[in-house]
Structures are given as C-alpha cells and as structure tokens.
Design a protein around this ligand. Structure first.
Ligand SMILES: [Fe+2]
Length: 223
C-alpha cells in the first residue's frame, strides 16, 4: 500500500471517471493547475481533500490511498466456518464470517482454533420438542468456566453468553442447526455436530449419574 495518494492514481481515477482536470478542480474548489501538479508529482493534495477526491471518484479513501479499487466480494457466509475471536482481557466475544483483523484491549486477536470435545469438556445434547437442550459437564467457577455457547446452521448463528456461577447450559432451536460451539476460558473453543454427537452419546450415556442429573435439570427447565 502507498503511504499517500499518488499523482498516477489521481490521473487514472480521473480518466476512468471521464473528468477533465478542470472538472475535477471545480468539484474540489482548487485550480486546474493544482490538479495538474498533483498528477505530475509536483505536489500532494492536502489531507482535508482526500475525502472530497475519493467522493469525486466514487471510491473510498482507503482505495484512493492504496491505489486499488476493492470489489466487495460479500464474504462467503457459511456460518459453520465461522471464526470466533475472544479477548483474553475482558472476555469479549467477536463472531466473524471470515478472517478479520480484530483488536481488543490492545491485544491483536487470532481466530480460536476449534477442537473436538474432550474428556474434560463433555457435551450433553438432548432434543426437547423443537429445541436442543445443551449442557456442558464443566466447572463454572470464576477461574474456569464456559463463557459462551453458539449454535450454527449454514446461514444463522445464535450465541448465548454464559457466566461463572451460572449454568453451563443453553437451549437452541433445532431447525437447521448443524454445529454447536462452546468456549472454555482456559481451554479454548470446542465444537460438535449435534446429530452425530447425539448418536455418539449413546455410548457416553451409560453414565447413569450424568443422565440423572441431566434429566433433573431438564425436568426443572421443562417441567
Ligand atoms: Fe475447561
């Protein structure tokens, strides 16, 4: 990227927009000689003129400075490939449909790597009418807790924020949901595909105590 708009870029964009030097000068309230100076590298437009110049060429200031016209490709939005960025300082959760430069509290955040659920982060998913009742078998102390859960279909994402001392549980409408994510403040991001997960759980479910607890919670929640 250039540090500043160049004469070549101004000339190119002016010609693309079929403007004469005089026409551009009139739009900007400068003389055509000034425009000519910019284009021949004998001077730079004042910074206060960048926005009016960009507007005259119907580009953004960023495009003007970089010299590249950017086509908004409308980033592909398959929610199953969503990225989550979590600030280690404040716990802020940022969901993105593609890669992005994200900073929070002065920290440059990388997208969380997703791992399959493990022994210490077991997920229990139960169908209750048209919802998934999801519970994570995990501590919820201030030091170590599940900070959010999310359910994604190919074009939707529902995020539920969780808090220490609260329950590591959430409910999601089943329709379309193909992946469930949850985030442990110490161990990171996990995901499971619920249909497959529930089938896998048939094996996990011979843990009678877990099952009873889950049923108790489900009773409490759904009567
Ligand atoms: Fe954990």
């Amino acid at each position: 990227m250039n540090q500043y708009v160049t004469g070549a870029v101004i000339k190119e964009l002016r010609e693309k927009n079929k403007l004469t030097q005089r026409e551009l000068a009139e739009k900007l309230g400068v003389s055509d000689k000034t425009v000519s100076k910019w284009e021949t590298g004998k001077g730079y437009p004042d910074i206060t003129l960048l926005e009016p110049i960009a507007a005259a060429f119907r580009v953004s200031v960023t495009e003007l400075i970089s010299g590249n016209t950017i086509q908004n490709a409308n980033v592909s939005a398959n929610m199953l490939r969503s990225k989550f960025y979590v600030c280690p300082v404040c716990g802020n959760v940022i969901h993105s449909m593609g890669e992005a430069d994200i900073h929070c509290h002065g920290v440059s955040l990388s997208p969380c790597e997703v791992e399959p659920t493990d022994e210490n982060h077991k997920i229990f998913i139960e169908r209750v009418e048209d919802e998934y009742y999801v519970r994570i078998d995990h501590s919820m102390t201030k030091e170590h807790y599940i900070s959010f859960m999310a359910a994604a279909s190919s074009d939707e994402m529902k995020v539920v924020k969780l808090y220490p001392e609260g329950g590591a549980e959430a409910r999601f409408k089943i329709r379309g949901v193909k992946r469930i994510f949850f985030y442990c403040n110490r161990d990171g991001l996990f995901s499971i595909d619920p249909v497959k997960g529930i089938d896998d759980k048939e094996v996990g479910y011979d843990n009678v105590k877990e099952r009873r607890e889950l049923e108790k919670t489900a009773d409490k929640l759904f009567g």
